[in-house]
Design a protein around this ligand. Structure first.
Ligand code: GRG
Length: 286
């Protein structure tokens, strides 16, 4: 992940305007959030999925960067006072704390828009590019992350049903993780069977990732995670540990991991990086 993350960092540095490029406040705000030590999980998933389908990491690198742009925009907006009102992200003061709310909103908007430009810059067949752009729009928009975020905010302090909790988790976080592997596979020309398998893998990983995130919010520390912890319970958020308790949440994350790994079987050794990323997703401490 570290090695692949560096490849992504170098490409992002090339795609994003320099800090001093006018208007400097906007580009400084974008770079502050984009280069603050994220794990680059989503872009690395794009690269690994493309390679599992026999494609080349280099051809899908702009799309991998697009996933990180969308993810970073979502974090910037999520941290705003109107949403989660957080002061710390990736071990740094949040974007609006440093640059003000207007710049943070615009930095998020700029990253969201840049993502779609980058999606259109992958040197692959047009039909594959169009399919990938559509997947990203669906996963990040109202039928995906934006819808999940709305439901999450609306459910704060409420008692939620299991179907609502699952909707929030699969949409707020899960869809973008699933889209990462589907986009890698689609750009690499994966067969329908391969894309179906990646869809199952991505769906299980997306939910497992959010369950692990919920668990870390309870048992992790601010030093370890670079963000405030214990915040979910303080805000009355809908989480797996709140609904099921810690032990059952861990068991469900492990069961999802096993389902996800089973879906990768037809890929053989080419899916070794995806398997490693899946294990990391569930067992991570950062
Ligand atoms: C504002 C439209 C809009 C959506 C926001 C993703 C999201 C939706 C909100 C973030 C809230 C949150 C912290 C969710 C937990 C899952 C998550 C996205 C964690 C952070 O992802 P990592 O661990 O972060 O991949 P790094 O910093 O490593 O990139």
């Amino acid at each position: 992940m570290r090695q692949r993350g560096q490849l992504v960092d170098a490409a992002l540095d090339k795609f994003v305007p320099r800090r001093d490029y006018f208007p400097a406040k906007l580009h400084s705000a974008v770079r502050h959030s984009l280069f603050s030590g994220g794990k680059r999980l989503r872009p690395v998933l794009v690269l690994a999925a493309a390679e599992a389908c026999g494609g080349s990491a280099r051809d899908v690198l702009p799309a991998a960067c697009a996933l990180e742009c969308i993810h970073t925009y979502s974090l910037i907006h999520d941290d705003l006072p109107a949403m989660d009102d957080d002061d710390l992200r990736r071990g740094q003061p949040t974007c609006h704390k440093v640059f003000g709310e207007a710049a943070a909103i615009l930095a998020g908007d700029g990253l969201l828009t840049l993502a779609f430009e980058l999606m259109a810059r992958c040197p692959v067949r047009d039909d594959r590019q169009l399919a990938a752009i559509r997947l990203l729009a669906q996963a990040s928009g109202m039928a995906g992350m934006v819808g999940g975020q709305m439901a999450d905010i609306d459910a704060e302090g409420e008692e939620v049903s299991l179907p609502l909790l699952q909707y929030i988790h699969t949409h707020k976080t899960g869809r973008l993780i699933q889209a990462s592997v589907l986009i890698g596979g689609a750009l690499a020309g994966g067969t329908p069977a391969q894309l179906k398998a990646l869809g199952v893998f991505g769906e299980t990983m997306g939910l497992a990732f959010q369950i692990a995130d919920d668990i870390l919010n309870v048992v992790g520390t601010q030093e370890q995670l670079g963000k405030s912890t214990g915040t979910d319970s303080a805000r009355g958020k809908a989480t797996y540990p709140a609904y099921f308790g810690l032990e059952e949440s861990r068991r469900q994350a492990q069961a999802l991991l096993e389902r996800g790994l089973a879906a990768l079987e037809p890929f053989g050794r080419r899916a070794a990086p995806l398997r490693a990323l899946a294990n990391f997703t569930v067992q991570r401490e950062v």
